[in-house]
Design a protein around this ligand. Structure first.
Ligand code: ATP
Ligand code: MG
Length: 224
């Protein structure tokens, strides 16, 4: 395996941090790595380009230079649900275009990490959602679980949805986004017994939340 689709239990649970950490980890092994954020919502004008935090984090973690329009084929301005932002900007997502962009990136790198959009079933078009995008890209899936109250049901629902699409869940990451989570260890144990894939990393609450600090907590051998 040399490319993965990173999804999560929700928005704002650490997909970007984990995607960037995976890229840094493979880069430390001497690999040519590149990330992709096919759809990003929320951009600010930075003087000469539109800046989005996820795209910037993924780009900073990549060690090959990929054209920005390949890294993020759809950069939307408003930080709202992508299909709503797209409608407002007169944009229609073309999943084929995303797939072609990914192929070009894979042609330039040895390792590619694609960060999904929000949770696993975020709508993209009238009849397609993020799960359809993962199917179209035909990538094994890594699930990032944002460790906080409620994450067990969110995780298991996401696992069911991944399986229902016939996708391969190859691993999951426990990302401690709530530093004060009660019984974190018991929650982790419950997830380990119920998620049918290896736990490839336990990322503690990080200050600062620098993806390079997460590298030592990942076990790449479990997904390669
Ligand atoms: N392990 C961690 N420790 C501390 N802060 C974290 C950790 N993981 C994520 N964060 C912080 O939580 C916020 C959300 O993380 P991140 O942007 O990676 O989420 P996401 O799932 O990619 O969100 P989106 O759905 O917007 O793409 C960020 O401010 C990030 O720095
Ligand atoms: Mg993100």
């Amino acid at each position: 395996m040399n490319a993965w689709f990173v999804t999560g239990t929700d928005t704002e649970i650490g997909k970007s941090l984990c995607s960037a950490a995976l890229l840094h980890a493979f880069a430390a092994q001497g690999k040519k790595v590149a990330g992709m954020k096919p759809i990003a919502a929320g951009a600010v004008w930075a003087g000469d380009h539109w800046h989005n935090d996820d795209v910037a984090l993924i780009t900073a973690a990549s060690n090959v230079s990929i054209a920005p329009e390949l890294v993020c084929p759809y950069l939307l301005h408003e930080p709202v649900a992508p299909h709503i932002a797209a409608a407002g900007e007169g944009i229609a997502f073309d999943l084929d275009h995303i797939a072609h962009s990914l192929e070009k990136i894979r042609g330039q790198s040895e390792i590619t990490v694609v960060e999904g959009v929000g949770g696993f079933r975020v709508p993209l078009t009238d009849d397609k959602d993020t799960a359809d995008l993962a199917v179209q890209l035909n990538l094994p899936v890594i699930l990032v679980v944002g460790m906080r109250l409620g994450c067990i049901s969110h995780s298991l629902l996401t696992v069911e949805a991944i399986q229902a699409r016939g996708l391969r869940l190859v691993g999951w990451i426990a990302n401690q986004i709530d530093p004060g989570m009660r019984h974190a260890a018991a929650n982790l144990e419950t997830l380990q017994t119920r998620i049918p894939a290896p736990l490839i990393g336990r990322i503690p609450y990080l200050v600062p939340a620098d993806p390079r600090m997460a590298v030592e907590h990942l076990d790449l051998d479990l997904i390669t």
